[in-house]
Design a protein around this ligand. Structure first.
Ligand code: PLP
Length: 377
């Protein structure tokens, strides 16, 4: 949501061109809400959602840990003040030399999802802790993470057994229920799978200690979403159901849920037009689109809340598109977006809930448009 601080910043600074303005007070509040919702879980902020140094420094000072996906992200977290024992290398796809570099920097917790990756970690980070990611179906998520990461639970048993045999510490199981997950039952299914892996390895004398419950916590776009507290309750119930009173250590890795609602994009209407006199949908072109940071509108997956200076006037469904000369740069067409008929060239609009997965998704100079500027206040 656009906080008063964000609105005041935009009105007084009048930044030229599209930009994302993010309010750190909202991030601080989100962090506290996660802490209260899941007091027994450690929070590893997923750096990829928004790696702005101000955000990382704030979270490091609040005691957050960090989930990183590359050496550069490890370094960003270290620069922000996190110690290496508070950083995980959570990408299941790593070059062996990057594992070695992270190990040199002190990182001791790595994600794997196959024996081939375990072998790399065993060579480049001897003795480190590994957790194995299991597949989830992503059902209920608006931005599912598909089959790219994870393996079936039966294979996770083999992966963690081989890790132990190669001198690593088989530490636990991870999953990600899909981003913008609004089905609270998704964690229940995944925790059931994790327990199977715990049990199978326990029979072989390997005691796992940790479940990494990933991200997936939502930002409110157009529809209401459950509160952090509701997620906390559902997850705690599922943990108790599957693990009884022998609860493992747990980690959560919020990305979107930590920063999404803290940011707002200010954009401008560049053109409003029709394709024929009798066309009944208008095309509204903004100075930002898929290549300027709104990549999550791909397949119209994420539907942002847009406010305009003419809200309250009669509105009609519009096709919403970006400014580049690429025909893929259309955000909402199959499901047109209602906007005021009076909306006109030069109007400034606010695209809400854009603190996550925007600045880092924007292209460097496609068509000469500069990358999305970001102001963290
Ligand atoms: C991207 C990512 C996250 C964050 O997901 P959100 O849905 O944004 O909370 C967490 N864990 C891993 C391993 C990720 O890749």
């Amino acid at each position: 949501m656009a906080t008063q601080r964000i609105i005041d910043f935009i009105n007084t600074r009048r930044p030229n061109g599209p930009c994302m303005v993010l309010d750190l007070d909202v991030v601080r509040e989100n962090f506290h809400n996660f802490e209260m919702a899941l007091p027994e879980s450690k929070i590893y902020y997923a750096v990829k959602a928004n790696p702005a140094p101000e955000i990382l420094r704030l979270l490091a000072s609040l005691g957050s840990s960090f989930d990183t996906a590359s050496v550069a992200e490890v370094e960003m977290a270290l620069d922000a003040g996190a110690t290496a024992d508070r950083i995980s290398f959570g990408n299941t796809i790593k070059k062996e030399r990057d594992i070695a570099r992270a190990f040199e920097l002190g990182i001791r917790l790595f994600a794997v999802d196959c024996v081939e990756e375990v072998e790399k970690v065993a060579r480049a980070a001897p003795g480190a802790r590994v957790f194995c990611r299991v597949l989830t179906d992503g059902a209920g998520a608006e931005w599912p993470l598909s089959r790219k990461f994870g393996c079936v639970p039966a294979m996770a048993v083999d992966v963690l057994r081989s890790a132990q045999q190669l001198g690593l510490e088989s530490y636990g199981v991870s999953f990600h229920v899909g981003s913008q997950q609004t089905d609270l039952a998704a964690w229940d299914r995944a925790l059931g799978d994790a327990k199977q892996v715990f049990d199978a390895l326990a029979k072989e004398g390997i005691t796992l200690k940790m479940v990494n419950m990933g991200g997936g916590f939502p930002t409110r776009y157009l529809k209401d979403v459950p509160t952090a507290q509701a997620y906390g309750q559902a997850i705690f119930q599922a943990l108790s159901k599957h693990f009884g009173n022998r609860l493992p250590e747990t980690i959560i890795e919020p990305g979107r849920g930590m920063v999404g609602n803290a940011g707002v994009i200010k954009a401008e209407v560049v053109l409003v037009s029709k394709k024929a006199d009798n066309d009944n949908v208008r095309w509204v072109y903004l100075d930002i689109g898929k290549f300027g940071g709104l990549a999550e509108t791909m397949d119209e997956a994420i539907r942002y809340h847009i406010t305009t200076p003419r809200d309250g006037d009669v509105s009609e469904p519009c096709v919403l598109a970006g400014p580049t000369c690429d025909s893929a740069d259309v955000m909402y067409e199959k499901n047109p977006y209602p906007l005021p008929i009076s909306l006109t060239i030069g109007d400034e609009v606010l695209i809400e809930g854009t603190g996550a997965y925007t600045t880092t998704y924007s292209a460097v100079a496609f068509n000469g448009f500069e990358p999305l500027r970001s102001y963290v206040i």
